[in-house]
Design a protein around this ligand. Sequence first.
Ligand code: F6R
Length: 595
Amino acid sequence: MCGIFGIVTDKEQLLGPILVEAARRLTYRGYDSVGAATLNGSKIDLRKDAGRVDDVAARYNLAEMTGQRGITQLRWATFGEPSQVNAQPHLDSDGDLVGAHNGNVVNNVELRQQFMAEGLLVRSHNDGESCVHAVERHLNRGHGFIDAIRLAHADLQGDYAFVIGRINEDCLYAIKKGSGLVVGLGEGFTCVSSDLPSLLPLTRTILRIQDGEIITLWPDRVELHSVKDGSPIAREPETVTQTMEAVQKGGYAHFMLKEIHDQPQVAREVLHMLQGSPDVQPVLDRIAAARHVYFIGCGTSYHACLAGAVYFGQLAGKAVIPVVATQFISQYLPAVGPGDVGIFVSQSGETKDVLNALQPAEQRGMTCYGLANVIGSTLTKTTAAWLPLCCGYEISVPATKTFTNQVVTFLYLAYRLAGRDPRELDSIPELMEQTLALAAPQVEAITPSVNAWNDLYCLGYSATYPMALEGALKLKEITYAHCEGMISTEFKHGPLAAVTKGFPVLFIAGPEDVPLIVSGINEVTCRGGRAIAIAQADPRLEANASDIITIPVAPPQVSSLLAVLPLQLLSYYMCVARGYDPDFPRNLSKTLTVD
Ligand code: F6R
């Protein structure tokens, strides 16, 4: 994920403060590099570097930049390390075009080779630069700007949006293909941005852009053209009347619900990042050669560690010890030494329990890697290498999208370690979309009857066991009901005593575990309990369970990941029906920096 913003005004003026403010508002989309360019007559002023907005803005005095047009970009590194040369915007070969993108150009490597073979000056490894050269190459061949963008669109594979401008013109151009892009119209200016909330402080008159549309921004108007045939598109602007907070929630009632629905897109982002990351192979090599491998985290992140350990064992035959950070210190630290590898997992990267375990482990010679969402957090600064979760901000206290991206990352690493083609995982985002669409009405339908109880169990087995723990944690966290997650086969060893008439027990059934889960279901239903199965459609479950929440067909490990989505929804619906706020549950905090 990256963020772009462009503005076109009617005369040369101070644009720096507007660009810096826009960059601050887009910070959640990426914050490892920042850049700004202003265009005025025949001049382009380009300033950029690795670092956060305030840091780069201060070092390069972005606030003093003037021009008639301006572009800013926030980068979350995928192609090319965070560095000045890879920061955006980028110039074309002779420096009369400047542009920046958001998204992923998947044929970036091939395109860079083509551009160099054609004699274009390629300065970076970044795919945003490829967007600029893709337009440049067709302008050089004599095409007009709109046609050059149309032809560039045919060259650039992947999902992206970019904004680009040329010296000695009054306008900027932009295109949307798969990534977000919204246009704003104000008094004496027009602007374009990756998201709507970043435009609202400037104007409430907006144009929503569709995929396959090219935008020309003039100071007083905006023109749209179809990328297909170049034909003009007519669209009336609309006025946004919602509050800023409502807009930030993307039309959802709560951040949690929005973040649940963000999961397919952020899964796409993290898979793409992993495919291009130079850090993956060295991490895998160390894991393959390690004496002991530990996955270490707390709460939800610990559940991701458990899932990761299951995937590494099942797929790659690699034993991994998943452990809660505090227990790692007391139980395993004396045994830790060189040759051991630990992956420390924390969405915030600041959880004290995790950081407390990291330092002594490093001192004992363990190779420590991080898996974190917040770039620049202590975990990302203190580990040998780290992988980003690519989720953007997660505002709601209950972790949802950061959990699923932790799980996706572990699944990807397990596939690679096993020598399996990780492109098999590319279907995950779509399967998640299908799961949410399929599960939402089914879950809503059972919510009132389940919500009548203040005690429930959530059971899984094998790859779904960590998901049962995570589902139970979500339920406890926001409904304040007691919900215990456990391995399904353990239920008969004691907790079965709790079952009375109608007592709800949730069973997550992986496709390979159905016979075992059916036994567990029958042990509950024959005592009058209610067994709610979350599983792929299966006649054996339909014949035995009291209710079934169907999820799409997928291989066992992917299926386990999908199963957590209905549980997130169930906890959300139950919480709202109880009149609680899911985003800010009582007694909890998003970042736990205490012992
Ligand atoms: C639950 C939740 C917490 C966190 C835990 C660790 O929804 O969010 O259980 O997972 O406090 O936090 P991080 O991942 O930031 O280390």
